[in-house]
Design a protein around this ligand. Structure first.
Ligand SMILES: NC(=O)c1ccc[n+]([C@@H]2O[C@H](COP(=O)([O-])OP(=O)(O)OC[C@H]3O[C@@H](n4cnc5c(N)ncnc54)[C@H](O)[C@@H]3O)[C@@H](O)[C@H]2O)c1
Length: 415
């Protein structure tokens, strides 16, 4: 089969590779010429796809920035970004651009699947009319479906093959075609009756996480007042073998999904005079978490008789989660901004993020930096860092991730 993948980021590139590894020919399209050049040279820019895997696929995966190259594909999967605008409303401009370009080359009999996370109704109300500007009718001349992506960058225990894939087509035949496509790369495909149900199922998954993270973050704030160790509480609750799912507190949510996706649903709900209060409340708590972390930093320094102003603060981890280099919406960025406003001298160490150009900062080596900082904060706990060593070499450590549990030291404070 010949499959086109549009948008080769954290979602699209691993997907294109999965199709190619299963013996399909893949037209891999991106609007960013740097990504196309890298792929043409066999270089991957996504941690989960090592260069060796790319090299083995040179024959089957054709990188391109030309939409006409998609006309020979039997199926085209769209994986472009769906961020928020500055006023925190859905920004569908990338999807609209991709769909407009695709409409110009769309062929009879092709299957088009949208994978970008979005509000229910997008595939039917927004994508379909653009594709039909081709003169072809969805459900009759071409097939259309939505299938949410569940990739979790950095995760190795579940793969594209072992993670069930939800699919909802515009018609029964659209669903059948989409199921057939994903059966090539996934062991389990879960059919739902409409694209809208598939779209909403993805939002439910992410809102579930956002609400539960907010709950445990709020509990962490209360535990500070009550002088109870929140990690001990979470650990104890998680020993229940049923009816409880563990979520850990932290410095706030980051990435392209959790801080963004829930607001796609609240936007859609407002169109129907409905207010999604859980989403708003969880968003408020999680977005304020970096502010709370900065108050904890102020207190930790204060207890040493130091002001934030003029203190050197070393942040460990700039990306939003362990093991990846993605800094989108990372709480570390907010913490840097807030600390700088207070006059701190901020530096960071992150083996996955060599520089933060917006802050004119480069990752510093641990050697020497740990010893000289007034305070070292563990913001994102990359597994490659030895945290026992961090505590031993630093004068003061504040751990927002609970990775120092089990270590008792006078210079260590945990969230
Ligand atoms: N990152 C994740 O962990 C994750 C997980 C599940 C779902 N998603 C969803 O998947 C979608 C993509 O996310 P991502 O993290 O892969 O984004 P990304 O920014 O890493 O990649 C998107 C790619 O699309 C390209 N692009 C933009 N406009 C284009 C156009 N008109 N034509 C061709 N290419 C274009 C960009 O150059 C970029 O390479 C989003 O809707 C996101 O919410 C992301």
């Amino acid at each position: 089969m010949k499959v086109g993948v549009v948008g080769l980021g954290y979602v699209g590139l691993p997907l294109a590779v999965a199709f190619a590894e299963e013996g399909n020919d893949v037209v891999a399209l991106d609007a960013d010429p740097r990504k196309i050049d890298a792929l043409a040279e066999g270089r991957s820019y996504i941690e989960d796809v090592p260069d060796e895997r790319m090299a083995a696929l040179a024959e089957r995966l054709s990188p391109t920035s030309r939409y006409p190259d998609l006309s020979s594909c039997e199926a085209v999967v769209i994986c472009v970004p769906t961020p928020l605008t500055n006023s925190r409303e859905p920004d569908l401009s990338y999807m609209i651009d991709a769909a407009t370009s695709l409409a110009a080359v769309l062929q009879k009999g092709q299957l088009v699947v949208l994978e970008s996370t979005t509000y229910p109704g997008t595939t039917r109300e927004r994508l379909r009319p653009i594709l039909e500007e081709s003169g072809l009718a969805a459900g009759r001349d071409f097939h259309l479906a939505f299938s949410p992506e569940r990739i979790d960058p950095g995760r190795t225990d579940f793969t594209i093959r072992t993670t069930p894939k939800v699919v909802g087509g515009l018609t029964e035949e659209c669903t059948r075609r989409a199921v057939e496509l994903y059966n090539r790369i996934c062991d389990t495909v879960v059919e739902v009756s409409t694209p809208d149900a598939a779209e909403l199922s993805k939002l439910l998954e992410n809102i579930f996480r956002s609400v539960n993270i907010a709950l445990v973050n709020e509990l962490a704030m209360l535990c500070e007042r009550l002088d109870i160790d929140v990690w001990e509480v979470v650990e104890a609750a998680a020993s229940k073998p049923f009816g409880f799912m563990r979520f850990d507190p932290g410095p706030g949510m980051g990435g392209h999904c959790l801080p963004v996706d829930p607001f796609y649903l609240s936007y859609k709900a407002r169109e129907h005079d409905f207010y999604t209060e859980f989403i708003e409340l969880a968003g408020k708590i999680n977005q304020n978490q970096p502010q709370w972390c900065v108050r904890r930093i102020e207190r930790a320094l204060n207890d040493q008789g130091k002001a934030v102003k003029g203190s050197s603060v070393l942040l460990l981890g700039a990306s939003y989660k362990a093991g990846v280099g993605d800094v989108r919406e990372s709480p570390t960025l907010k913490i840097i901004r807030l600390l700088r406003e207070l006059g701190a001298d901020v530096s960071y160490h992150d083996p996955h993020v060599p520089e933060l150009a917006d802050f004119e900062l480069s990752s510093v080596p641990l050697e020497g930096s740990l010893e000289s900082a007034d305070l070292v904060c563990i913001v994102t706990a990359h597994p490659s860092v030895d945290y026992t060593d961090v505590v031993e070499r630093s004068s003061l450590v504040l751990d927002f991730r609970g990775v120092t549990r089990g270590i008792e030291a006078p210079n260590l404070v945990r969230l």
